[in-house]
Design a protein around this ligand. Structure first.
Ligand SMILES: [Zn+2]
Length: 300
């Protein structure tokens, strides 16, 4: 049975519990059954450890609402960032502590990403060996998943930039290979339909092909619309990104070009959450998007 959720907006909530409560009420009114919390908006983990007093206050707000909660780790958490690996692992473990205390059983994190950027080229350095990097990342994820067998870990495809990048999320096959190498019952993949559409540069059949291939390994789905124009995440909301339709603009369903009906038709055998990640500025349209997904699923 598929459940439908909507993600909180960490930059809007920004640690404000009144806003968190308001946002949860809005999702409930829109018909969501689930809510994906985003760790950096809650101020529960500070300095890579849980602040107990703060965690209690947040859990009090969460318990006022009848949602299945999932937790998105910070967008900046990157297990391929060797310099900050130790602190990133501590953040991951603190998130597990919070999840357990709040009764959250699914953690979503972005696959690690290493940009082969201009600095590396200018320094004349050879980029590090991608196989070794990904192998290390597999070991890190494996150790976390083994430490918390009560939590489902879902690694998301979150690539849509323009620079060459080393990442397990650089293709459906490398995501599947990562999954197989971790090889634990509580490790699965998150398929972000919008991100895949951007990565495939708006190619409908490439998106649907990747989705069909990945679905047997998927434990969580993210859904939002865009125009399939890859310009990098940060460009999307600054300047004229949203006006021209460039980047990861998290639109209401049907406002971009994503073949949503065809994508949803592939979820026939999927049993999990379809979590909408629609931007807060489009909050008036959460309800119609949730109702649309529900109708499509019911008609399958
Ligand atoms: Zn996502």
């Amino acid at each position: 049975m598929i459940k439908i959720g909507q993600s909180m907006h960490p930059n809007w909530v920004n640690g404000d519990l009144i806003k968190l409560d308001e946002e949860l009420r809005l999702f409930n009114k829109a018909g969501a059954e689930c809510c994906e919390l985003v760790l950096q908006g809650l101020d529960v983990v500070i300095g890579a450890r849980v602040i107990e007093q703060r965690m209690r206050a947040v859990i009090d707000v969460l318990r006022r609402h009848d949602f299945v909660y999932t937790l998105h780790l910070p967008h900046g958490l990157n297990l391929l960032d060797a310099e900050n690996l130790e602190v990133n692992m501590r953040v991951f473990r603190a998130a597990i502590d919070f999840a357990r205390a709040a009764g959250i059983s699914l953690l979503n994190h972005h696959a690690g990403m290493y940009k082969i950027d201009d600095k590396i080229k200018l320094d004349g350095k050879a980029p590090p060996d991608s196989n070794t990097m990904i192998k290390n990342e597999i070991e890190q994820v494996k150790s976390l998943a083994q430490e918390a067998p009560d939590i489902i870990f879902c690694m998301e495809n979150a690539l849509f930039g323009t620079d060459p990048e080393i990442s397990a999320a650089a293709g459906a096959d490398s995501m599947i290979e990562f999954y197989k190498q971790v090889d634990l019952p509580n490790f699965k993949l998150t398929f972000d339909i919008g991100h895949s559409y951007l990565w495939n540069k708006g190619d409908n059949s490439a998106l649907l092909g990747d989705m069909a291939k990945l679905l047997p390994y998927v434990g969580h789905i993210h859904l939002h619309d865009n125009c399939g124009v890859r310009v990098g995440m940060r460009a999307a909301f600054g300047g004229n990104g949203i006006v021209t339709g460039g980047g990861d603009i998290h639109l209401p369903l049907g406002w971009g070009n994503l073949p949503i009906i065809d994508a949803l038709a592939l979820t026939k055998d999927y049993e999990g959450i379809i979590n909408l990640e629609i931007e807060q500025r489009f909050k008036e349209y959460y309800g119609q998007c949730i109702a649309f997904v529900r109708e499509q699923i019911a008609s399958m």
